[in-house]
Design a protein around this ligand. Structure first.
Ligand code: CO
Ligand code: CO
Length: 317
């Protein structure tokens, strides 16, 4: 399973019982603290393996560093942050590559393992499934605010905490309860990744925007014009698929398209298991897990976003 589909990672079957999952991600700093940046980049890179239900086992560092312009200690701190996250994930660092570059970038290539029959696809949801999101949105908007010095320390701490939280626990709970589909919410934003879940299916989706979790600080930033460039691109790319009901406020529409770094998992689970999955996630410390919508038969290929609609079955938090 590879690049012909917009899956989170490539999967290659080695034997009847074993497949490897491979993925790579790296990017420029989104917070000032190099140790935090290292942790965020590693957490983000590991996420695609967790989205597929796999167990990451090895990783390699990818480093672009302006060696003539920047203090080498900054790089040391970034790598230390990355390594600490790999340790937490029980992932072994087995190598890497660095180049001299004008712009600092860091990330990992990650290899994971899974039983070939247990791979969770992103577009295998079924009508009636509940959609569960495990992290708050708004990290892209807040990162933009950080670059403009518009964000206080406390908020930086909160979003860093979120972006350095591995999707490991969420993925393990997901695999023990059993789901139909999953993806992680990253650069295309919540609605962009939700749209990918509908690719090559006969499904549509209803999102209950009033229960989608987001960092409250993102509202004022959006209203102050601190929108990341990727947000506009995400919106333009998917606007034909998304229908907002009139009462969805503008700031919330923007937050739903906000590109996320190291965002949460978006899972589609059978209606009968939804409450159990949310409860198990909360018990495992995935505190923001909530039912945010459902898969529907009609309208096919569309995402309806509404503030108050028909009651969504199951618990919302
Ligand atoms: Co992904
Ligand atoms: Co990725």
């Amino acid at each position: 399973m590879g690049i012909e589909r917009s899956e989170d990672a490539g999967v290659y079957k080695l034997t009847e019982k074993l497949a490897i999952i491979q993925t790579v991600d790296f990017f420029t700093p989104i917070v000032d603290d190099p140790y935090d940046f290292g942790q965020i980049a590693a957490t983000n890179s590991l996420s695609d393996v967790y989205a597929k239900g796999g167990k990451p086992v090895t990783a390699m560092n990818i480093v672009c560093f302006p060696i003539k312009k920047m203090d080498i200690n900054i790089l040391r701190e970034i790598l230390r942050g990355g390594l600490d996250k790999m340790r937490e994930a029980s992932v072994l660092l087995i190598g890497g590559h660095s180049v001299d570059d004008n712009e600092l970038k860091y990330g990992l290539s990650v290899t994971g393992v899974i039983h070939p029959k247990k791979v969770v696809m992103n577009n295998s949801a079924k009508p009636g499934d509940k959609l569960i999101l495990t992290k708050k949105l708004g990290t892209g908007i807040i990162s933009t605010g950080i670059k403009a010095s518009e964000v206080n320390k406390n908020t930086i701490k909160k979003v860093t905490q979120s972006m350095t939280t591995l999707n490991k626990a969420a993925s393990e709970v997901m695999m023990s309860v059993g789901v139909h589909a999953c993806t992680d919410v990253t650069g295309f934003g919540f609605l962009g990744h939700a749209a990918e879940m509908l690719t090559d299916t006969n499904n549509g989706m209803v999102i209950e925007s009033s229960v989608v979790p987001f960092f409250k600080e993102a509202k004022a930033l959006v209203e102050g014009g601190f929108l990341p460039g990727g947000l506009y691109r995400n919106r333009d790319f998917r606007k034909g698929m998304v229908e907002f009901s009139e009462d969805v406020p503008q700031y919330l529409r923007d937050i739903l398209f906000d590109p996320q770094t190291s965002g949460g998992l978006l899972m589609a689970v059978a209606k009968t298991k939804a409450s159990r999955l949310v409860d198990s996630l909360l018990e495992a410390g995935v505190r923001d897990a909530v039912i945010v919508g459902e898969i529907v038969e009609k309208p096919k290929g569309k995402i309806i976003v509404r503030q108050i609609g028909l009651p969504l079955q199951g618990k919302t938090y």
